[in-house]
Design a protein around this ligand. Structure first.
Ligand SMILES: [Zn+2]
Length: 408
């Protein structure tokens, strides 16, 4: 039997959702629990109900649409929150293609024994208090302290954001107690990189998802006059950072090619033409597909920063503010995905994910599978984010076949 999803309906849903949170500065701004996100949540709940699924929500604001059955729930989904000035596909295609699959199963009366559920997880993008708030709450791996002390990326206390919602820190911490048993989790997502487009493949079956660490760091030196302090007597905090950036990047590129290290923000103090920088606060983001490599990069970074401090008369310190472990997806599910791609005639390849996803948090509970589709020029987190609808149709049909197999 040739079973297909309805691409026109899926396209319309994505287009409708992309109207919510349209930013006059470009793209879509729908950070979790913003007014736009709350509107998008109501829109999604209504769509789920109209599709004939049972709508529910847990204490962390994770939204579910379920088709009843017996046994462990086969879950599929992603997130509908976006970064500021983000695109219309990151996250949203995963939730709406999942909804499309379940709606197709419901309306065609396709057989399934186990419960099937579409999930939309809160704050995958980490705008509130670290990444993956919703999926971490769902798996019961959130730390209360992170919520108590959490600040949004714009410096607002997380607690004050919650006041505009029906959720509390208690309800978020208890969200996992309402969870059903999960038999498998499937997430469809844009690749957010150039590999599939370059290789001219419609489908990427993700083999592993990178782990990462976020550090906030500083070098403390001594501010002094830029005209009168000889070079050899300076304790220039900025030069410490420049040195670390070059040596750290060189180390990762040379010893761990494929892993990444990025210094994405830096603030120099006091920040004047005429003063040698006395302090620099900066961030380090490093990622790898291997736990061991992640640890090695962390250790080496500390070693390099220590050597720089000694030679330049600086003090270095850091704090780990977020960390996720790399995960391997389920080889059982990957074999099934490959088989379906071949049967359906979709070009495909195995691929690794350098970006983090809810699926890697769900890995703590169950077998996970991630399916990527190409995005134009590899661009994401940008108003320029774009896809070929044919790829989305292919991935949704693959998802439908996987869900039918897994729920039989
Ligand atoms: Zn995403």
């Amino acid at each position: 039997m040739d079973i297909k999803i309805n691409l026109e309906r899926l396209k319309n849903n994505l287009t409708e959702l992309s109207e919510i949170g349209k930013d006059p500065n470009g793209g879509i701004s729908r950070p979790s629990f913003s007014r736009a996100d709350l509107e998008a949540r109501d829109w999604l709940k209504n769509k789920i109900a109209c599709a004939g699924l049972c709508v529910s929500q847990d204490g962390a604001g994770n939204i579910f649409g379920t088709l009843e059955g017996d046994g462990k729930t086969i879950m599929t989904g992603s997130h509908i929150d976006t970064v500021v000035n983000g695109g219309m596909f990151d996250g949203s295609i995963g939730v709406l293609s999942a909804l499309e699959c379940l709606q197709t199963i419901q309306e065609k009366g396709l057989p399934h024994k186990k419960p099937l559920s579409v999930a939309s997880f809160t704050d995958e993008e980490g705008n509130l208090a670290g990444d993956f708030l919703g999926s971490r709450a769902f798996t019961g791996t959130l730390e209360r302290e992170i919520l108590e002390k959490g600040q949004t990326q714009f410096g607002r206390p997380f607690k004050s954001i919650l006041k505009n919602t029906e959720f509390t820190i208690d309800s978020i911490m208890e969200a996992h107690t309402q969870r059903p048993q999960i038999g498998a989790f499937i997430e469809i997502h844009i690749e957010q990189g150039p590999v599939l487009e370059t290789e001219d493949k419609s489908i990427g079956i993700v083999e592993s998802i990178a782990g990462k660490q976020y550090w906030t760091c500083f070098f403390q030196g001594q501010a002094s006059h830029a005209g009168t302090t000889p070079f050899e007597l300076r304790h220039d905090a900025f030069l410490g950072l420049a040195d670390l950036a070059l040596k750290g990047t060189h180390y990762v590129a040379k010893e761990h090619y494929g892993s990444m290290l990025t210094i994405g923000s830096a603030h120099i103090y006091p920040g004047s033409f005429s003063i040698v920088p006395g302090r620099v606060d900066f961030s380090i983001d490093f990622r790898s597909q291997s736990s061991q490599t992640l640890k090695q990069i962390g250790d080496k970074t500390k070693e390099i920063a220590g050597n720089i401090s000694n030679s330049r008369g600086l003090h270095f310190d850091y704090q780990v503010i977020d960390s996720t472990e790399p995960v391997k997806t389920s080889s059982r599910l990957n074999t099934m995905a490959k088989k379906h791609c071949e049967k359906l005639g979709y070009s495909h390849m195995m691929i690794n994910s350098g970006a983090g996803h809810d699926a890697q948090i769900l890995d703590l509970l169950t077998d996970i599978s991630m399916i990527f589709i190409p995005c134009e020029d590899g661009i994401s987190h940008s108003p320029q984010e774009n896809i070929d609808w044919k790829d989305l149709e292919n991935s949704a049909n693959l998802q439908l076949n996987l869900l039918l197999d897994l729920s039989a």
